[in-house]
Ligand binder design. Sequence first.
Ligand code: IMP
Ligand code: MG
Length: 178
Amino acid sequence: MDNFEIETPRQLVGKEKIAERIEELGKQITSDYKGRDLTIVCIMKGCIPFVADLMRHIDIPFKIDTIQATSYHGGTETSGTVIILQDSTIDIKDQYVILVDDILDTGKTMMKIIEQFRGKKPKDIKICVLLDKPSRRTEAVQADYYGFQIPNKFVVGYGLDYNEYYRNLPYIGVLGSD
Ligand code: IMP
Ligand code: MG
């Protein structure tokens, strides 16, 4: 564990609140997408716990796929350059697509993915994130579905990492004096 200090993050959103909110989001998506060809595209790896819980509250048929994008090269500040490391494999032409990520921060990642996905000719693209940090937005993109809006703090847990650690934390927490 090089250069890694074990520290217990301060809780910002507890696991019961997260579970309740995800159930609500699943019900909302179920009713909004009834009768539609839905493909859920998960942005790895931050989405893992969120999408695993969310998908079990979506009570209609849908396909699921993953892509991997990154803008952080370690640390807490985005590099601003978004790289798509692994693209989707399901044909999303004429599909209703929901892109699922852990957090919408500056919006650069989502913007880049949306631009690329438009070329695949889906019927519609919507965004679903567990957390929304609207004060940090630099791109004209907003979440169609979000779990919680949070202040401008660097958070970890429930999929969100700091240098790839803390994704397994069952709650959303804040590190250090942030
Ligand atoms: P954006 O491109 O600035 O919107 O950043 C999106 C990505 O940055 C997310 O998918 C996260 O992986 C990461 N990110 C943004 N804010 C945080 C944070 O507070 N904690 C951990 N990761 C974050
Ligand atoms: Mg991420």
